[in-house]
Design a protein around this ligand. Structure first.
Ligand SMILES: Nc1ncnc2c1ncn2[C@@H]1O[C@H](COP(=O)(O)OP(=O)(O)OP(=O)(O)O)[C@@H](O)[C@H]1O
Length: 259
């Protein structure tokens, strides 16, 4: 059993790309069942940290444990088994453009090689229903869909294998406020019904406030604050003041009774 109920534990993590240092000595525990949001300026290393948690990149130094086991030293099959327990909705490559909606969602199920097509069909239709997309859209191609539908179908694909951990990178980017609100509501409902853990990166304060149990703030290569929004906003740091306490930020926090 991982200590303190951590589903992910990051310790002493350094990230470097050539001479460019992105993270210095990051330590973090993602608790099972929470929604933890990574926030920080552009280039502060939110995506890089999530990629390391998925074993897609290796830190220059430090350890990342997922489901209680270090990623370092795991073989390909072990990493794949770990990833099968994770759902990913990243900004780029939300859907494969050459595959229909149906085949996009079926893909992770087929890759498992343990489910027959009849079972996959039932599961795909269930996932579509879960993200409130009518079955009539199953045979459409991504190019025929609106931005809001693409996000929902990408979420259905991320949820294809009932993940214990869901990674969301800028989930509401590119959606107008109304669609964004609907998408956030959907994520919140699914998370409360299915109780999985979410690691999210977002620049959008409305999305952050609506979904996060805790927030991790990355700035100046370090984790400068970690806690609930209420706790984090009291940390004295220029990024935190600008992000949470500017005119727009204050309005969002006031509307959600945080200020
Ligand atoms: N594979 C890579 N090779 C070289 N540099 C990289 C690589 N991946 C990320 N970086 C650099 O690391 C830094 C952190 O990138 P990352 O994408 O994690 O930031 P971010 O906080 O997610 O930014 P944004 O909010 O703009 O998405 C950036 O300066 C980026 O250019």
């Amino acid at each position: 059993m991982p200590k303190n109920n951590c589903i992910i534990e990051v310790e002493g993590l350094y990230t470097r790309f050539g001479n460019h240092v992105v993270h210095e000595n990051i330590g973090l525990c993602v608790q099972r069942g929470e929604v933890l949001t990574l926030v920080g300026g552009s280039g502060s290393g939110k995506t890089a940290l999530m990629r390391q948690m998925l074993g897609l990149e290796t830190p220059a130094q430090g350890t990342v444990k997922v489901f209680g086991e270090p990623l370092h030293g795991r073989n390909r099959q072990q990493i794949q088994n770990m990833r099968n327990r994770c759902g990913v909705l990243f900004q780029k490559g939300a859907l494969f453009s050459a595959l229909s909606v149906y085949d996009n969602i079926a893909l992770p199920m087929r890759e498992l090689r343990t489910l027959d097509e009849e079972m996959i069909r039932d599961l795909v239709m269930l996932k579509l229903e879960m993200v409130e997309i009518a079955p009539v859209h199953a045979n459409k191609m991504p190019a025929e869909l609106s931005g809001g539908m693409i996000k929902r179908i990408a979420l259905a694909r991320a949820m294809a294998l009932n993940p214990e951990l869901l990674f969301l990178d800028e989930p509401t980017a590119g959606l107008d406020p109304e669609l964004s609100e609907g998408f956030v509501r959907l994520i919140k409902t699914m998370q409360s019904e299915l109780t999985f853990t979410i690691i999210m990166a977002t620049h959008d304060l409305d999305t952050l406030v609506a979904l996060s149990d805790r927030v991790a703030v990355l700035a100046d290569k370090h984790l400068v604050a970690l806690g609930t929004v209420r706790e984090v906003i009291h940390t004295k740091h220029a990024f935190i003041s600008n992000f949470f306490c500017g005119v727009r930020g204050r309005k969002t926090l006031e509307n959600s009774s945080i200020l």
